[in-house]
Design a protein around this ligand. Structure first.
Ligand code: NAG
Ligand code: NAG
Length: 187
């Protein structure tokens, strides 16, 4: 009868590494799809961001693989800062060339709104990582969502079709994703 040979050192190491990588993944997400599934009810009546939007938006996140909820939320906040900064720049450019007073005033309001959104998303990123102060993160992101609404209202109340309709909707949805991650962290 043959006895099985003892495990080689290399073999043992491979098994140990497999075991360790398995353990370290337990609290993380394998990919962005899993993180999105975790916060968005795919078949639900939720009026918030869709699963598809979450997937395409977060796909750009490097470092999201195997990240835990806290890190994904942080990356999502960081992405929101970049996105809002970009929109703020667009609004600034549009405002420069605008002659109609009522539209110029709307742009001014939107610039203030996006300035607040950038600041609040930056604050949220810090509150999530390293502070773990999710209550404050929730509060500042809720305010940022109101700020998007204020900007939207400026154009809804005027007779002018909003030139930043898509940007506002995208920002609202990005903040909607972020706040869902924060709410999960608060559970
Ligand atoms: C902002 O986010 C939206 C939604 O993910 C995306 O379509 C858009 O390209 C982003 N803009 C920038 C400048 O990253
Ligand atoms: C945060 O966003 C900035 C600007 O998009 C990017 O350069 C940086 O790598 C991001 N940081 C992390 C940790 O993802």
């Amino acid at each position: 009868m043959e006895t099985s040979p003892p495990l080689s050192l290399a073999g043992t190491t491979v098994i140990l590494l497999l075991l360790l990588s398995h353990i370290s993944n337990v609290s993380g997400f394998n990919d962005v799809a899993e993180a999105c599934k975790n916060i968005i009810d795919k078949d639900g009546e939720d009026a918030g961001p869709t699963y598809e939007f979450c997937l395409t938006s977060l796909q750009v996140l490097t470092g999201a693989k195997h990240a835990d909820l806290q890190h994904i939320a942080f990356l999502s906040a960081n992405l929101t800062v970049a996105n809002a900064t970009h929109t703020e720049r667009i609004v600034k450019e549009l405002s420069k060339n605008e002659k109609r007073n009522v539209v110029k005033a709307a742009y001014q309001t939107c610039m203030d709104c996006y300035d607040e959104i950038v600041q609040n998303a930056r604050t949220a990123a810090n509150e999530i990582l390293p502070n773990k102060n999710y209550v404050t993160a929730n509060k500042v992101i809720s305010s940022a969502m109101s700020a998007v609404d204020n900007c939207k209202d400026e154009f809804d109340d005027s007779s002018v079709k909003s030139p930043i309709f898509k940007e506002n909707n995208d920002m609202h949805a990005l903040l909607g994703i972020l706040i869902r991650f924060i709410v999960k962290l608060q559970e």
